[in-house]
Design a protein around this ligand. Structure first.
Ligand SMILES: [Zn+2]
Ligand SMILES: [Zn+2]
Length: 390
């Protein structure tokens, strides 16, 4: 019976363990039967839940921030994942490519086979010119740095000091919180370009908006009849799907003797639409809705920027000048924007038109010429009236 000592040994160990656990519980003042790691997690969870309502500093803003935290995390991860290319830039490329695909695969063969030669020449000529202008200006707007003031000691006159960069700010320079840098003649930070719009890429940005609006308006106007046809065809698809087995001939069909009763009570089956037909019509509807929407929305933005350029202002200066106008009006004075050189001169300066031929070579054709001036110093209206002798 040598099982007996083994049993006694096990019993003794169990009793010692039991006594040790009781002693540990007493010393911790804890009667919980949960393991330590679970206890810690439970305590953390209780503190976390309590902190949501047992906190004198809690407000709706704190709760909203906490709830939005996962969204910020996703955006942060996506931004890091995409690197220098933003989600918006990808969206512009994908949407433009989808329209091009429809135009080349669906519309071009139809235009070549059904349109007269002058119309074919117009569509191919205008369409490709507009496309080149959009791609050129978008690429240049993304790739061209907006221009930054020098960070080393220099003789450039400045109007203030940036509190964040701790460097002197020349006239028309503003700090961009997203780029975390001061930008020369800053207009705004554009997420669609993933770049700031400033002195060196303002023209590219505006021309991109202008030519994209023109391109969308061109697609919308020339594709209007195709859209109406496609829309009615889609309506017919629905009926066709419902009447796949043919529809019974009733009323007039029987009266005028198209079919004698008893011979056949069904019409010829309606024409069948292939998958290709359906895809074509749906693509036309997609293209027309997208281009019309962009033409209206972007057209409004382009007109607004054109008004600002005519006044010699940037988007930021519009707010500053409005405040200055109001401030001067209260003192009985009239505020004059010092960078407004007159409507036509403003456009010439903006587009870099120095002679007549430049309207063709620098405005209607892709041109990578540098903007007028260095963005650091500016001519003031009363001193030099004619900025560019044209
Ligand atoms: Zn700054
Ligand atoms: Zn920026």
């Amino acid at each position: 019976m040598h099982l007996c000592p083994t049993f006694l040994l096990l019993l003794l160990r169990w009793v010692r363990l039991h006594l040790w656990v009781r002693r540990w519980r007493c010393s911790n003042g804890n009667n919980s039967r949960l393991p330590t790691c679970a206890q810690r997690r439970w305590a953390y969870l209780r503190v976390m839940v309590r902190s949501l309502y047992y906190n004198s500093l809690t407000s709706s803003d704190v709760i909203m921030d906490s709830l939005m935290e996962p969204i910020f995390w996703v955006v942060d991860v996506l931004t890091r994942w995409f690197g220098p290319v933003s989600v918006f830039v990808c969206l512009v490329v994908v949407l433009t490519s989808s329209i091009l695909l429809i135009a080349y695969v669906g519309l071009l063969p139809m235009v070549l086979s059904t349109y007269s030669p002058p119309w074919i020449a117009w569509h191919i000529g205008y369409g490709h010119w507009n496309l080149v202008m959009i791609i050129f200006h978008y690429y240049k707007a993304i790739r061209t740095a907006p221009g930054y003031p020098p960070k080393v000691k220099n003789e450039v006159p400045f109007v203030s000091v940036c509190k964040k960069c701790i460097i002197p700010k020349p006239a028309r320079t503003h700090h961009c919180g997203i780029c975390n840098a001061c930008v020369l003649k800053m207009d705004h930070h554009c997420p669609w370009l993933n770049n700031c719009v400033g002195h060196f890429n303002h023209r590219y940005f505006f021309c991109f908006c202008l030519f994209l609006t023109l391109g969308c308006a061109y697609c919308s106007i020339s594709g209007r009849n195709l859209f109406l046809d496609a829309y009615s065809a889609i309506e017919r698809f629905k009926h066709t799907d419902l009447e796949k087995s043919g529809i019974p001939v009733t009323g007039m069909g029987l009266l005028i003797g198209i079919l004698t009763p008893g011979q056949s009570t069904y019409q010829t089956p309606p024409p069948t639409y292939t998958f290709r037909d359906k895809m074509f019509h749906k693509s036309i509807i997609y293209m027309w809705v997208l281009t019309s929407t962009v033409a209206v929305a972007l057209g409004g933005l382009t007109i607004w920027h054109a008004v600002l350029i005519s006044r010699g202002e940037t988007s930021i200066e519009r707010h500053i000048n409005n405040k200055e106008t109001e401030r001067n009006a209260t003192r009985g004075k009239v505020y004059k924007n010092p960078f407004n050189y007159g409507r036509l001169n403003n456009w010439k300066v903006f587009l870099g038109v120095e002679k007549r031929s430049h309207w063709l070579t620098r405005v209607l054709l892709p041109s990578g010429h540098a903007p007028y001036g260095n963005g650091l110093t500016w001519d003031i209206y009363p001193i030099r009236k004619d900025m560019m002798p044209v």
